[in-house]
Design a protein around this ligand. Structure first.
Ligand code: GTP
Ligand code: MG
Length: 290
């Protein structure tokens, strides 16, 4: 059984850094993982591990911009359209892997997740090939500094979940930047002073929105529409409590292990493995016991 993890989320959320961290963790746990670069604009310096499959071998944004005169966003759309027309390339590239984790590092253009059909089509294709697929969606901990920004992240996660329809994990990345130390001046931002405060963000408690700056001001005619919009968002999140975040601190190996165990769980990793028969065992299976 092959497993695909789509690493998604807005620009700069830490997707490529997480992919590197996950690759290292899989290797130290003696599990096999392969990096799949899905970003036609990726800079090779960003990869600690050479991608085993790379969309840039099929089509690169630079060539599309040079040769067809597209801008960066139109060029990206063109690259994905080109990929969908040439899926046999991907099938061939994916052919050589068995019982492996394939980690797809996706681009950061948010519209790819919320309303373009590319990623849903890719997901269906992987599923047809019998590859068990899940997605992780990263938003970075700095989003917690501004309640409006945070809830726009929650809504984008929600629409990506609805659009992609695969087992899903939302991750709050860069938790090493969040401190609950009261001596640290930065830690009081947006009222984040205790673990309990952080927990309200990880649970995406919509009531936080009601205490956001400006939300208690006198309701003038000018801002009444703004209040009504906030109220509607609170109601929407309360009615559909789909989004919760798993905190991730890449400086702590236990944290990556926790994220990986959640990924294993949502993908039911290893559930179809047959126990080895005594006849299948060889000396290598006992090497670690010596
Ligand atoms: N402190 C801290 N910084 C991080 C972490 N993860 C990523 N960064 C930094 O955030 C920036 C963006 O990281 P990337 O991994 O390139 O983010 P990305 O989501 O792949 O970005 P795009 O592919 O451009 O959308 C880089 O400067 C990283 O060094 C983290 O866990 N902690
Ligand atoms: Mg990246």
């Amino acid at each position: 059984m092959r497993y695909a993890v789509l690493v998604t989320g807005p620009a700069g959320a830490g997707k490529s850094t997480f992919c590197n961290g996950l690759m290292t963790h899989l290797q130290t746990s003696k599990r096999s993982g392969h990096l799949v670069n899905m970003d036609p604009a990726a800079n090779s310096d960003a990869f600690e591990y050479e991608p085993s499959i790379d969309i840039r071998d099929l089509v690169s944004l630079e060539d599309v911009m040079d040769e067809l005169g597209y801008g960066p966003n139109g060029g990206l759309v063109y690259c994905f359209e080109y990929l969908l027309e040439n899926m046999d390339w991907l099938d061939e590239e994916l052919g050589g892997y068995e019982d492996d984790y394939l980690i797809f590092d996706c681009p950061g253009q948010i519209e790819l997740y919320t309303h373009h059909p590319f990623l849903p089509t890719l997901v269906r294709h992987l599923q047809r090939l019998g590859i068990r697929t899940c997605a992780v969606y990263l938003i970075e901990s700095q989003f917690m500094e501004d309640k409006y920004k945070f809830f726009s992240g929650v809504l984008s996660a929600m629409s990506a979940m609805v659009n992609l329809e695969v087992p899903w994990l939302n991750i709050m990345s860069k938790m090493d930047l969040v401190t609950t130390n009261v001596e640290d001046k930065g830690s009081g931002r947006n009222g984040i002073r205790t673990r309990k405060d952080i927990a309200r963000y990880l649970e995406a408690d919509p009531m936080l929105l009601l205490s956001a700056p400006g939300s208690r001001e006198e309701r003038t005619e000018r801002n009444s529409k703004f209040h009504a919009l906030n109220q509607a968002i609170v109601q929407l999140i309360e009615d559909h409590p789909l989004v919760k975040f798993l905190a991730m601190d890449l400086t702590n190996p236990d944290s990556i292990e926790t994220v990986l165990s959640h990924i294993d769980y949502v993908m039911q990793y290893g559930e179809d493995e047959e126990p080895k028969e005594p006849g299948d065992l060889d000396e290598g299976d006992f090497a670690e016991m010596e």
